[in-house]
Design a protein around this ligand. Structure first.
Ligand SMILES: NC(=O)C1=CN([C@@H]2O[C@H](COP(=O)(O)OP(=O)(O)OC[C@H]3O[C@@H](n4cnc5c(N)ncnc54)[C@H](O)[C@@H]3O)[C@@H](O)[C@H]2O)[C@@H](O)CC1
Ligand SMILES: [K+]
Length: 518
């Protein structure tokens, strides 16, 4: 499990150690220098003679970079600090100079970008947890925009004058590797927003514990490989801001049958999905539930013949269920499916049956529901859901601030809300947040959401009693389902195209491997 803490939580945890004179910055800088040395070795075969340029901002984040530069100097690395503020960390600066490094005061963004572009490794120490709203501006903003590759047109000098842009480009062996100090500078450290230029990192070395912005999109896409340096900070372990589950966490959440289990005790999933116009969604959602290993799958809808032809294990017609899947392939104008879903919602509310509410069923959601109801919108559907509740939003708004809007949807509806994406966010009871980045981009394909819904329904059915006893469990189960979904895509075809059906078929093998690894 990867846990993360907000800037305020990290500062509070650092305070007693700093008061006791623990040299946290030295520890952080030493670890940072080790990572930079490793990156130099990866790129050039050796550390000695490597060229490192430090981008140094006004605070302790720049201090970390300067001290790391001093450590690297002692290992024979050529280190130049580009000071991007009128004043940089005094001690760090003195340490770098004493070790034979150089400090260059940058006054021109184009010139600064040209110097930075010549490095083997660029260390981004402009801002860390001291970042205020608004991202990088002025000289640092213009320099980073120039380096990041023309994000700013014309204003690369930071003084309004036009200048040539020295872009790092997106790829290429010649461009410097970028190592971010604590966070890529300019991201919203606590919410993952990106409101200005940011230098995409190859590696982010974060201190004490991860920060939410490193896990939440869009900033999460700029982090590269994440390395967490443990500083033994007394962080509130039971109250992380955002969590990312690992395989063993998902395995621990999986409903593994006991020897005395029978099909009803293992859970029955009721699936209301598909229509004559969208029969595939019913097949995919029921298949995923069957292949995830639930006790029984019960299908309600108009394409029962097709579902049973494809999945003879499925029973049809009403009856007892432990959890529901509503909505894949259901259009709002489908009166029969609407009635079935509205009727089943009564059970969800009265008897406390967990439910996954997807696609067409999102529009049938009662005004408020308990947390054992999981909504699984993509960004466009979340925008619509909130627009219907008085917040005029577009898909792009949701993509800019996914955590904010997922949280609001949870607060307004009471449901656990899972926002599907390359990074999937889940917000559940008590405001718990999960950010799962397990899905390969190939998984963005038609029907993949139907498989996720079926798989999650199977998990909820298998753990229905636990979920009802412990309201916080639903969000964890939803996050684990997202993890399994991503892993199944990988099992289906590592690093290549996948079909939704292929992902469903890969579930048994994926779950077996996951449980074996725990
Ligand atoms: N507190 C500690 O003891 C430790 C801190 N560490 C480092 O210190 C960093 C935090 O240092 P600071 O608190 O000095 O903060 P930063 O270095 O992140 O920021 C410095 C200053 O930049 C200014 N600033 C903020 N947002 C800005 C913006 N958008 N544009 C321009 N200027 C802006 C503010 O005046 C802020 O105080 C951490 O991220 C980490 O790298 C590490 O050395 C570990 C120990
Ligand atoms: K930084």
């Amino acid at each position: 499990m990867l846990q993360s803490w907000t800037s305020a939580q990290v500062r509070a945890a650092e305070e007693p150690l700093l008061a006791a004179g623990v040299p946290l910055m030295q520890h952080a800088a030493f670890a940072l220098a080790g990572v930079v040395a490793r990156v130099l070795r990866e790129r050039r075969g050796r550390v000695v003679g490597g060229q490192v340029v430090l981008l140094v901002g006004p605070g302790n984040n720049g201090g970390d970079a300067l001290h790391a530069g001093a450590f690297l100097r002692r290992r024979g690395v050529d280190v130049v600090a580009l000071a991007l503020a009128p004043r940089v960390h005094d001690e760090g600066r003195a340490a770098l100079l004493a070790a034979g490094g150089r400090v260059h005061e940058v006054t021109d963004a184009v010139d600064g970008a040209a110097r930075a572009g010549r490095a083997d490794v660029l260390v981004d120490g402009i801002l860390g947890i001291g970042t205020r709203d608004g991202g990088l501006t002025g000289l640092a903003g213009a320099l980073v925009a120039a380096l990041a590759g023309g994000a700013v047109e014309g204003d690369a000098r930071g003084d309004g004058s036009r200048g040539g842009v020295v872009g790092l480009g997106a790829h290429g062996a010649d461009r410097p590797a970028v190592v971010a100090v604590d966070t890529p500078s300019g991201i919203g450290v606590d919410d993952g927003t990106v409101s200005g230029p940011v230098l995409p990192a190859d590696v982010t070395v974060t201190f004490g514990g991860a920060k939410p912005g490193l896990l939440i999109p869009p900033a999460a896409h700029l982090v590269g490989r994440l390395e967490v340096i443990d500083l033994d900070l007394p962080l509130p372990d039971h109250h992380p801001a955002v969590v990312r589950l690992a395989d063993r966490d998902a395995a621990a959440l999986w409903p593994v049958p006991t020897r005395s289990a029978h099909k009803y005790s293992r859970g029955v999933v009721g699936v209301v999905a598909g229509a004559r116009r969208y029969p595939g969604a019913a097949v995919l959602a029921t298949s995923a539930a069957v292949l995830a290993g639930v006790g029984m799958v019960r299908y309600l809808g108009d394409v029962a013949d097709l579902v049973v032809a494809r999945r003879p294990e499925v029973v049809t017609g009403p009856g007892r269920v432990q959890a529901w899947v509503f909505g894949p392939g259901v259009s709002p104008d489908d009166a029969a499916q609407r009635r079935r879903i509205e009727h089943a919602f009564e059970g969800v509310l009265q008897r406390g049956e967990p439910a996954v509410v997807d696609a067409g069923a999102l529009e049938l959601l009662p005004p408020t529901v308990p947390t054992h109801v999981v909504l699984t919108p993509h960004a466009g559907e979340l925008a619509r859901l909130l627009t219907d509740r008085g917040h005029r939003l577009t898909r792009a708004d949701v993509e800019r601030e996914p955590l904010r809007w997922t949280r609001l949807a949870h607060e307004m509806t009471g449901a656990t809300v899972l926002l599907k994406g390359h990074v999937t966010l889940v917000v559940g009871a008590g405001g718990a947040v999960y950010a799962q980045a397990d899905a390969p981009p190939w998984l963005a394909t038609a029907g993949a959401g139907d498989v996720l819904a079926g798989l999650m329904g199977a998990m909820l059915a298998g753990r229905a009693d636990d979920v009802l006893d412990d309201p916080t469990l639903t969000a964890a189960v939803a996050a684990a389902a997202a993890l399994v979904h991503g892993r199944a895509a990988h099992t289906a075809n590592p690093d290549g195209p996948v079909t939704a059906r292929g992902v469903a078929l890969a579930l048994p093998e994926t779950i077996r491997t996951l449980l074996a690894s725990a």
